[in-house]
Design a protein around this ligand. Structure first.
Ligand code: CP
Length: 418
């Protein structure tokens, strides 16, 4: 394993590289509670750096969802596209992705293009001067010389957060400093994925009809169906199930913590009984500290309120088993597990509530088959729309960071009469 995939070296584990020494420099700040760190990542009441999902309050999620809706609707018209593309055409962004990505990279690029931001990229450190011994921290500081924003994905947990502190230190010393957005950091966090997951749930549970119409909403029809009488709009009061690789899924960790912000939710984690795949202790402790009701199951058939959980959930978040992180011991332990129990089938989907969305951060694994393609045409299959939602809500996030969201909302209200 690359030494930089490890957490910062402790005093008993003397750092060997300058990158490790740089990380150790930030260790004291990294270990503080989220509540203490959050204000340092803001400026004048808005996000400056986006590092973990704990930075998003319900109010901010609602606001970003509203801006994303506005951008989405404005973009349907040529005049609207022209308005958006002129908002940030003076800005440049570096997309520094040293871990593979399709959706996050491309949707950030598309989001930048919607707002007129020019993008450049480093996707493979072997094409950068890191091969000559340059540290990641020097690379980041160099990017900040040329660009106005750094969006970064790294296999190294906490690198994005450390870079945000580096930028804050530069700002304090009067040097050039730019916002950092975490686009996935090791097994740790993927806050903008959680943001798009929430936006997808906001849209789903608004029960708007095609073209966002309230007139063609299915909501009243759904409430007449058996078992749906108590259906409500919004994210509160619902049961959210996660299935698959709970232990190593950074998207699960980020989304679970965001859902914990909503009233009266229940979270169900369905994973094989395998030490690497079940919920990690830190997430368990964080949910307990927030008094969130959660359940750890090993099957869709386990009972919740006297019925199999597959029939009780309001939304299902499927994940891929991340075999690429398996150790030799993991592989040995896996041999006895029937993984097909963690794959959806048309039969299982047929037993779900008629409105319950199926989400997946993607990529799905064609070999594992956690969501077979036969399910793609089901109206509850939300994963392709979820990926497109990522573009809209990431554009909304960029508009928030660069303080042009107010202009977008004024244009929207002025031109769409809402
Ligand atoms: N969901 C997600 O992060 O996808 P990519 O790895 O393709 O960016």
């Amino acid at each position: 394993m690359n030494a930089l995939m490890q957490p910062p070296a402790s005093e008993s584990n003397v750092p060997r590289t300058q990158d490790e020494r740089d990380l150790l420099h930030y260790a004291g700040r990294l270990e503080r509670p989220t509540k203490v760190k959050t204000p340092e990542l803001e400026r004048s009441g808005r996000l400056r750096h986006v590092i973990f999902s704990g930075q998003f309050s319900v109010e901010l999620l609602e606001e970003l969802g509203g801006v994303a809706d506005a951008i989405r609707l404005i973009s349907k018209h040529r005049a609207g596209q022209d308005f958006l593309i002129n908002l940030l055409h003076h800005k440049r962004a570096m997309l520094y992705f040293t871990q593979p990505s399709t959706r996050t990279f491309l949707s950030f690029m598309a989001a930048c293009q919607i707002l007129g931001i020019t993008c450049n990229e480093v996707r493979d450190a072997s094409t950068s001067s890191e091969t000559k011994g340059e540290t990641r921290f020097d690379s980041i500081r160099m990017f900040s010389s040329y660009f106005d924003l750094i969006v970064m994905r790294s296999p190294l947990a906490r690198l994005a957060e450390s870079c945000a502190y580096l930028m804050n230190d530069l700002e304090r010393s009067g040097s050039r400093s730019v916002p950092i957005i975490n686009a996935g950091s090791g097994a740790d966090e993927h806050p903008t994925q959680a943001l798009l997951d929430i936006y997808t749930l906001q849209r789903t549970f608004s029960f708007a009809g095609p073209n966002d119409s309230a007139h063609t909403s299915r909501f009243e029809d759904l409430r007449r169906l058996p078992g749906c009488e108590n259906l409500t709009k919004g994210l509160d009061g619902k049961t959210y199930a996660f299935c698959g690789d709970i232990g190593r899924g950074r998207t699960v960790r980020s989304l679970a913590m965001l859902l914990a912000n909503y009233e009266n939710v229940r979270l169900v984690f369905i994973a094989p009984d395998h030490p690497s795949l079940v919920m990690r202790e830190d997430l368990r402790q964080r949910l307990e500290a927030r008094n969130v009701r959660f359940y750890e199951f090993d099957s869709f058939e386990q009972q919740l309120d006297g019925r199999p959980v597959i029939e009780q959930l309001d939304a299902l978040y499927m994940t891929r088993i991340q075999k690429e992180h398996d150790t030799a011991a993991d592989s040995e332990h896996s041999a006895a597990i029937d993984f097909s129990r963690y794959c959806l089938s048309p039969e299982l989907v047929g037993r779900m509530k008629p409105y319950a969305p199926i989400l997946h951060p993607f990529p799905r694994d064609q070999h594992f088959g956690e969501i077979p393609p036969e399910i793609d045409d089901d109206p509850r299959a939300m994963y392709f729309r979820q990926a497109r939602n990522g573009m809209w809500v990431r554009a909304a996030l960029l508009a928030h960071v660069f303080d042009v969201d107010g202009q977008i909302m004024r244009y929207f209200h002025g031109n769409f009469g809402v």
